[in-house]
Design a protein. Structure first.
Length: 614
């Protein structure tokens, strides 16, 4: 009871005490202690991330701004900046604080890994925040009491949590991950900001997030309403202030890990070791008038002291050619919204115009063959694709096997085709097909199951398309929950199509480029480009999906998706395309008596399933 009374008196004293003239960055340098689980445990030092001083000080009670917006990349200590603000509120400017994350699961993880360590490791905070004992139960997962206020945590998916707590302070973290509609009650950001209206003039709202898609990003929209500050650093040669932009990151040919920042004015290169000095001498500069009450900050991971320019350049090289990976890289590393070009029109004629002579001999850069098999009511269709460095590809064969897939003879013809090998332009053995994805989702599912059942050792896989945005192209493991009890791989069709459509726009041979032979029909290219990317709004949130607006045939697109999925299956098993290319033998002179196309090998009954043998 005495402890309860003391806590009540401390609460009253905190409520009537004038707020001191203290900046958040000053409080953090004096009182914040990072827990042992942090990458750099011990006393907080704003000098380690000097660009955060401006953000934290804009959150101070003496700042004229009501809203502070930060559009950011990863690994720049933005969340710790927000946590410093929470500590400042608890000790120096108490008031009810509403903290909103995308979901309740995110809240639980954040409280356990960040908020509780924040309180426990900083003595000035652990002395103020109520302990989880006694009759008050003031300290719980979702509520932390301290003299003069509370920290209240909720998810953006919980309309009750968003409408039930009037708050002077509002911390909205990762707002681009919020749903468009909180339980059919409206935009969660608008609902949360409504909780602060009674504190107008004294409130502080902090919106922080990595952006997502250009034009659809919440944090981008909030940043554009602000004074749009950017962080500039002085060149060590000419002293001119400039932003550190990706366009000015350079590296020696083939040596991305040696990337450096080059001054755009004088061309002086700054190595990684110069970054701390550059950051310490930097400054924030507003680039727009804004609305007068919103301070906006944009910062990329290129400023991060925890990640080198070389690491970011290497990650860029790995993401090239994959639109999903490039979006993640753009959002997380540059802190920029990704400009969605997937909906750009790709015509069959434009792709067909790039057709070339490929011939019957595999090109010098090919190191792997995969195939996709589409099951239709009156035929099987097959595409064989060769792959090289950077997933450059060559369509080697498109073949139709007519007949009812219920007939065993149709599958026998397919097996003979998949057993075939192709001669190579280099002095290497004729190349077999390394992996095959067979569609099992048609009207002949059981026949497809019977075909792939005993061919797992040959990597002839049964697959089914899973057209959900965000699902990875190749699953970690197959499912056996099917009538045939065969290993069935649920492939990410949406992600595969994103990559394919992005690569159809590449116009020069090299990584990601798709080669097609001159003899391919016009209908093939029409099928390949039959679908379009559109943005569909569901419950107030944009969702990008592929549609077939004219219901045209699209078997060629499906085949390429399956052959691409087979490639990812081989890569998941440990195959490295680039390393295989480097290990290729030199190109020898071709002998005139060598056959252009190796004949199909004889059918070996011992390797065929009992179903086919019958």
């Amino acid at each position: 009871m005495p402890d309860d009374a003391a806590w009540v008196w401390r609460t009253i004293a905190a409520a009537i005490r004038p707020e001191p003239a203290l900046l958040v960055s000053e409080w953090a340098d004096k009182h914040r202690v990072l827990p042992p689980t942090s990458a750099e445990p011990g006393r907080w030092r704003t000098s380690r991330v000097p660009y955060m001083r401006g953000v934290m000080d804009a959150l101070s009670t003496g700042s004229p701004f009501e809203r502070v917006v930060m559009m950011k990349g990863a690994q720049i200590a933005a969340t710790e900046c927000g946590n410093n603000w929470l500590g400042y509120i608890i000790q120096h400017a108490p008031g009810t604080t509403l903290c909103v994350l995308p979901s309740l699961d995110d809240v639980k993880k954040n409280v356990a890994t960040r908020i509780e360590p924040l309180i426990e490791s900083s003595p000035v905070l652990s002395a103020l925040v109520a302990k989880p004992t006694g009759r008050r139960a003031a300290n719980s997962m979702m509520r932390k009491a301290f003299p003069g206020g509370y920290l209240v945590f909720t998810g953006a998916t919980s309309p009750k949590g968003l409408r039930s707590t009037p708050a002077r302070y509002l911390f909205l973290d990762e707002v681009d991950g919020f749903p468009g509609d909180a339980g059919k009650e409206g935009d969660p950001v608008a609902l949360a900001e409504q909780r602060t209206v009674t504190f107008r003039g004294r409130r502080k709202i902090f919106l922080c997030s990595t952006p997502t898609i250009k034009g659809l990003s919440r944090i981008e929209r909030a940043y554009l309403e602000s004074d749009q500050r950017v962080y500039e650093v002085p060149c060590q040669q000419c002293a001119t202030f400039n932003r550190i932009l990706w366009a000015d990151i350079r590296w020696p040919e083939g040596e991305r890990r040696k990337a450096c920042w080059v001054c755009p004015d004088c061309g002086f290169p700054h190595e990684e070791h110069a970054k701390p000095a550059l950051l310490a001498a930097g400054r924030w500069r507003a680039t727009a008038p804004g609305d007068g009450r919103t301070a906006g900050f944009h910062l990329s991971a290129l400023y991060s002291p925890f990640e080198s320019w070389g690491d970011i350049a290497v990650q860029h090289g790995q993401a090239k050619g994959d639109p999903s990976a490039m979006q993640a890289w753009t959002n997380l590393k540059l802190g920029d919204p990704f400009e969605d070009m997937a909906g750009e029109e790709i015509t069959a004629d434009a792709v067909a115009s790039r057709a070339e002579t490929i011939g019957d001999v595999l090109p010098p850069g090919a190191v792997l063959l995969t195939a996709g098999v589409d099951t239709q009511d009156d035929r099987l269709e097959v595409e064989v694709v060769a792959w090289g460095a950077g997933e450059e590809s060559w369509s080697i064969l498109h073949h139709v096997i007519p007949g009812d897939p219920a007939d065993r003879a149709v599958w026998l013809q397919l097996d003979e085709l998949l057993s075939r090998t192709w001669p190579h332009a280099r002095a290497v053995p004729d190349m077999p097909i390394s992996a095959v994805c067979v569609d099992t989702g048609g009207h002949h599912t059981q026949a497809a199951y019977n075909f792939v059942r005993d061919k797992q050792a040959r990597r002839v896989w049964g697959i089914k398309g899973h057209n959900v945005p965000g699902k990875q192209i190749w699953p970690r493991k197959p499912s056996h929950k099917n009538k045939g009890r065969v290993p069935l791989y649920l492939i990410g069709v949406h992600a595969a199509k994103e990559v394919i459509f992005a690569r159809l726009k590449i116009k020069e041979a090299g990584p990601g480029f798709m080669h097609f032979p001159m003899d391919r029909s016009t209908q093939y290219f029409q099928q390949l480009t039959a679908e379009k990317m559109v943005t569909k709004w569901e419950r107030g949130r944009p969702r990008r999906i592929f549609v077939n607006p004219t219901k045209a045939r699209n078997e060629a697109l499906d085949l390429r998706v399956y052959a691409f999925a087979a490639l990812h299956g081989v890569i998941a098993a440990g195959f490295d395309l680039d390393r295989a290319v480097a290990a290729l033998a030199p190109i020898p002179p071709r002998t005139p008596d060598r056959p252009v196309m190796a004949p199909p090998p004889p059918v070996r009954r011992a390797t065929r399933s009992s179903w086919l043998s019958g």
